[in-house]
Design a protein around this ligand. Structure first.
Ligand SMILES: [Zn+2]
Length: 341
């Protein structure tokens, strides 16, 4: 007699294709001493990038609170999970942006595993040793590290505030994996396969269940990242991980397996401090800063990314794998699962 599937999965029907892929680990981690941020070094790059985030699919960053839908200016009569706000304004918190950009920067550079629940024993040799201030990988240098070696990192994100668009109600599917605890992260020899990234796709609302307040597609948010004492290749890695080349979209917030949170990022303005000019003369002197906008900004951003690619700071094999997972082709999108996957 044919074995029947376990009752639970029988009832749930067949699993949908998995909505994620892995970016393989690099074979080594490079580490060097961090430059610090107390003294601005004239030989390194310090400045601010302003950028736009366009929502391509609904975006949901939970405030952790429920609200009455009419109090949010939405169709009355519902108790809903409210979207994150800062001082009353709809926003993406700096920590979410940093986490998303860091995970990409980690994956495409010779970096350690910053945030993981994986046991170090099962990781490739290069990843077992934690980073320190004296020996920090590219991601820990840029984004910081915790523990005894607490370090803020050379980049600081600000909350990104909504500029155009608004919110709507959305029923997030309550997704479940077919076999909880299955070793999907590991290969046959129980080694971890790489870093997991959710693919973009066509979101589909659940038929029933609670509603959430999400930022609707075609909305626009404005973000800023302040960076201190970066090399050109580190700035290139930061720009790459923000998705500024347009080769891939970011994926941020809740409902990632349900295809929420696809964000197109575009540079708006780059200000680089000229530390020597600022040191020698009036800090308000126009010579103390160089500003890029428009087409010259696009070219400048690409120049840094190209430099980081050409000298191997951005790893080509990992970058190609990441771009395959995170590419967004509106004509070739899979539907996201609403049940088991
Ligand atoms: Zn590290």
């Amino acid at each position: 007699m044919a074995r029947r599937p376990p009752r639970s999965s029988y009832r749930r029907g067949p699993a949908a294709p998995k909505p994620y892929e892995f970016v393989p680990f690099p074979d080594r981690v490079i580490r060097q001493e961090v430059p610090g941020h107390h003294i601005l070094r004239p030989d390194l790059l310090t400045g601010i990038l302003t950028f736009h985030l366009h929502t391509v699919t609904p975006l949901f960053v939970s405030s952790g609170q429920v609200a009455l839908s009419e109090d949010l200016g939405l169709k009355p009569g519902g108790v809903v999970q409210a979207h994150y706000r800062i001082r009353g304004q709809l926003a993406i918190p700096a920590s979410s942006l940093k986490g998303t950009v860091r995970s990409i920067a980690e994956a495409v550079s010779a970096s350690c595993l910053g945030v993981t629940r994986a046991s170090r024993r099962d990781l490739p040799d290069a990843f077992r040793r934690p980073c320190t201030r004296r020996a920090a990988c590219p991601a820990c240098t840029l984004f910081g590290m915790g523990g005894n070696e607490a370090y803020l990192g050379q980049v600081r994100f600000e909350d990104a505030l909504l500029q155009e668009g608004g919110t709507m109600l959305y029923r997030l599917p309550s997704l479940y994996r077919p076999r909880p605890g299955a070793p999907v992260y590991r290969d046959r020899s129980r080694r971890y396969k790489g870093r997991k990234f959710y693919k973009h796709g066509r979101p589909r609302q659940a038929d029933k269940g609670g509603e959430s307040e999400v930022i609707r597609p075609d909305s626009l948010l404005l973000g800023r990242v302040v960076f201190t004492n970066l090399t050109a290749e580190q700035l290139g890695l930061l720009f790459y991980a923000l998705g500024l080349e347009g080769r891939f979209l970011l994926k941020l917030g809740g409902g990632k397996p349900a295809c929420l949170g696809s964000l197109l990022v575009e540079p708006v303005r780059l200000v680089l401090r000229n530390e020597q000019a600022a040191f020698l003369g009036d800090a308000h002197d126009a010579q103390a800063e160089t500003i890029w906008e428009g087409d010259t900004l696009t070219a400048e951003v690409r120049r840094y990314i190209t430099e980081a690619r050409q000298n191997g700071y951005i790893l080509s094999q990992q970058a190609e794998a990441l771009e395959r997972v995170l590419r967004f082709d509106p004509n070739d999108l899979e539907e996201c699962p609403t049940g088991a996957y």
